[in-house]
Design a protein around this ligand. Structure first.
Ligand code: ZN
Length: 307
C-alpha cells in the first residue's frame, strides 16, 4: 500500500510540472466525479427506501460502500465498555473479527461490511454491515461463551511440571511451571505446527522445539494457585475485572499465557496494537482452535484449552 501511494504521488508531481493547467482541470474533474458518485450513492439509497423497490444487487453494493465508510471511522472511534472500563475503537480485534465473520479483506472495505452483514443476519441483528456497539457486544459474547466454562481448580494429579525451556522467563520457579497434562500435550502439538510453518520464522532446535533464544509462543504463565492469584491481585489492585479475575481460568491449569510480541502481558492499547499485528498472534487466531485452544479477546496472549 505505501508503495502505491508513493508512486501515485510521484506521477502526479511530474504531471503537474509538465502541464499545471491540465492537472488543475483533472483535479476539478475528479471532484465532479466524486460528487456524482456520492449523489448516485444517495440516489440509490433513497430509491431503495421506496416501497416495492426490493433489495437489488446494486443497492446492497452501495449499502456496503457506505457501511465501509462508517466502519473506517468506528474501528478507531467507537466508544464502548469492557470489564467496566471505557474502550475506544475495535481495531485491536480485527484478526478475531475476521476469523469470526470469515473475511480476509481490510476492515474498511465493502467486502468486510458485507461479511459483517452476513454475520449480523445469522446473529439475529439488523444486517446493515456496520460494526457498531451492538454488533461488537454480540461478537464479544460469542467469544466469551466459547471460553472454558468449568473453572474447577486443578488437582495435583492433573498437573505436570513443564521444563524450563518452555518458559519465557528462563528463571521461572518450579511451582509456577505446572500445566494441566492434556493442555500441555496440545500446546506442544500446536508449537510444533507453528515451527513447521516457516512463514513464522520461529527459531527452533534440531529436535523441533523452540530454540532457547526464541521468545514467541514460550509460556509466560500457566497454572496459578488461588493463593498466587490473590498475591498478584494485591500487587496490582487497579487491574479491574478485565485483568486478574477472582475466579481465574488459570486455576484449572488449562489457561496459558504465551508470548505474542511486545510487553508480554500489558493491556495498554498501544501494546495490544503491536501484539495483534504479529504473525504469531495472527497464526494463533487462525490455527489455535485446531489444537483445542480458544482466545480471550481482551488479552492477545491468553489462550484456553477447551477440549
Ligand atoms: Zn492469562
Amino acid at each position: 500500500m505505501p508503495k502505491l501511494v508513493h508512486s501515485h504521488f510521484r506521477a502526479s508531481r511530474s504531471l503537474r510540472a509538465r502541464r499545471p493547467r491540465s492537472q488543475q482541470i483533472t483535479g476539478m474533474a475528479n471532484t465532479a466525479a466524486l460528487s456524482l458518485f456520492v449523489a448516485s450513492l444517495f440516489g440509490v439509497l433513497a430509491f431503495s427506501t421506496l416501497p416495492g423497490s426490493g433489495q437489488s444487487k446494486q443497492t446492497s453494493k452501495s449499502t456496503n460502500v457506505s457501511a465501509a465508510v462508517t466502519n473506517t471511522q468506528l474501528r478507531n472511534d467507537l466508544n464502548w465498555i469492557f470489564g467496566g472500563k471505557p474502550q475506544r475503537g475495535w481495531y485491536l480485534y480485527t484478526p478475531l473479527i475476521n476469523r469470526l465473520i470469515n473475511n480476509k479483506s481490510d476492515s474498511g472495505s465493502p467486502q468486510f461490511a458485507s461479511a459483517v452483514a452476513r454475520w449480523q443476519q445469522k446473529a439475529g441483528l439488523k444486517p446493515a454491515g456496520i460494526l457498531d456497539d451492538e454488533t461488537l457486544y454480540a461478537m464479544i459474547k460469542a467469544w466469551q461463551e466459547a471460553r472454558l466454562k468449568d473453572r474447577t481448580p486443578a488437582t495435583p494429579d492433573q498437573l505436570l511440571l513443564a521444563p524450563i525451556s518452555d518458559f519465557y522467563d528462563p528463571t521461572r520457579a518450579e511451582e509456577l511451571r505446572q500445566v494441566e497434562r492434556k493442555t500441555y500435550a496440545a500446546y506442544k502439538r500446536m508449537v510444533a505446527a507453528a515451527i513447521a510453518d516457516h512463514s513464522l520464522g520461529l527459531a527452533h532446535t534440531s529436535r523441533g522445539e523452540l530454540a532457547p533464544g526464541e521468545k514467541y509462543l514460550k509460556i509466560i504463565s500457566a497454572f496459578r494457585s488461588r493463593e498466587y492469584q490473590d498475591k498478584l491481585r494485591r500487587e496490582s489492585p487497579n487491574s479491574g475485572t478485565a485483568g486478574l479475575a477472582v475466579n481465574s481460568p488459570h486455576f484449572t491449569g488449562r489457561a496459558l499465557d504465551v508470548y505474542v510480541g511486545g510487553e508480554p502481558v500489558d493491556t495498554r492499547d498501544s501494546n495490544r496494537a503491536l501484539q495483534v499485528q504479529t504473525r504469531v498472534y495472527q497464526w494463533l487466531v487462525r490455527n489455535a482452535e485446531r489444537y483445542g485452544f480458544r482466545p480471550y479477546c481482551y488479552e492477545p496472549w491468553h489462550w484456553e484449552f477447551v477440549k
